[in-house]
Design a protein around this ligand. Structure first.
Ligand code: 3PG
Length: 307
């Protein structure tokens, strides 16, 4: 019997798990659950007998793949797959996939929600500011960036986007101002919302030069990955620009220094919250199990990311 392991250190909503199990049952597969685990050894043990695995931000490195003697496919239920060692997956003949677009709205709503929360002084009772009329730069116009633009439009923000991989016409068709360089994007904006993946090229790429170009008052919104921001430069811009604010879905490595020195100018979620909605869990979880069934039953590799 084909065994699918659902390994989620940060568990899905109950409804998502129930629906994933129903699809697995229908296909005649066994679904094994490993939720909220704290020890890597638990994952190594659980993966040993799995033919397929669904994960979230759970790390699938060489050690995990070495233990996964029967594994043929791992599906990251979500967008970013920087938590999978793709080279090692390929070497182990394991197909790696993601489920693009399935949790985009949840992440986009969080980005805008954090902007409102911070603009209103984190609801501290004092006078804050509005998003209306402010300039928002969307750094990468993929599924999440596009959704952020759509919601921000409703707030009456002036929206700019930079994405070297998306044609100018696609961005302009959404009523968003296309800009041709990352420098222009930062120079045009009060708010920057990051939607770039964490790759060798993007890690540490949000640096002092870019951030210092932002219009005052400046807020950097990070629902992407903490690694894309250069943290030495982040501390530098906090010092240099008293108007600079950083709100991020997950704490940066230098959070204790920020908390100590820059009261009121930051907000960090304690655990990555972007995709933590029942809807996003159901969408991405179901996409993952369907992709696994289609892979085994029809050889469908459409969403493979380690080609
Ligand atoms: C993603 O890449 O899809 C998001 O960062 C969500 O990650 P999560 O599944 O760990 O919440």
């Amino acid at each position: 019997m084909t065994k699918v392991l659902l390994a989620t250190d940060k568990p899905f909503a109950k409804q998502a798990v129930t629906q994933i199990k129903a699809i697995a049952d229908q296909a005649g597969y066994e679904l094994a659950l490993l939720e909220k685990y704290t020890e890597k050894s638990d994952l190594l043990k659980a993966v040993a007998s799995a033919d397929a695995m669904i994960i979230r931000s759970d790390v699938v490195d060489k050690e995990v793949l070495d233990s996964a003697k029967q594994l043929k496919i791992v599906v990251r239920a979500g967008a970013g797959y920087d938590n999978i060692d793709l080279e090692s997956a390929t070497a182990h003949k394991v197909v790696a996939m993601n489920t693009p677009g399935q949790n985009s709205n949840a992440v986009a709503e969080l980005a805008i929600g954090m902007m409102v929360f911070q603009a209103r002084g984190q609801f501290n009772g004092k006078s804050g500011s509005e998003l209306f009329g402010k300039k928002l730069g969307i750094h990468a116009y993929g599924n999440v960036g596009k959704r952020v633009a759509m919601i921000a439009k409703g707030f009456g923000m002036e929206i700019f986007a930079f994405d070297p991989y998306i044609p100018r016409e696609v961005i302009e068709a959404d009523g968003v101002n296309w800009v041709g360089s990352v420098e222009e994007l930062y120079s045009a904006s009060n708010y920057i919302s990051l939607h770039i993946p964490a790759t060798a090229e993007t890690k540490n790429s949000i640096n002092f030069d870019l951030l210092s170009r932002m219009q005052a008052p400046a807020t950097l919104v990070n629902t992407a990955r903490k690694e894309v921001v250069n943290e030495a430069d982040l501390l530098k811009i906090f010092e240099a620009r008293p108007d600079f604010v950083y709100i991020s879905d997950i704490e940066p490595g230098c959070s204790s220094e920020i908390k100590e020195k820059f009261t009121g100018r930051f907000f960090f979620t304690p655990k990555k919250m972007g995709a933590q909605t029942e809807e996003a869990n159901v969408n991405s979880g179901l996409a993952a199990i369907h992709q696994i069934v289609d892979f085994f039953e029809k050889g469908d590799k459409r969403f493979q990311v380690n080609k």
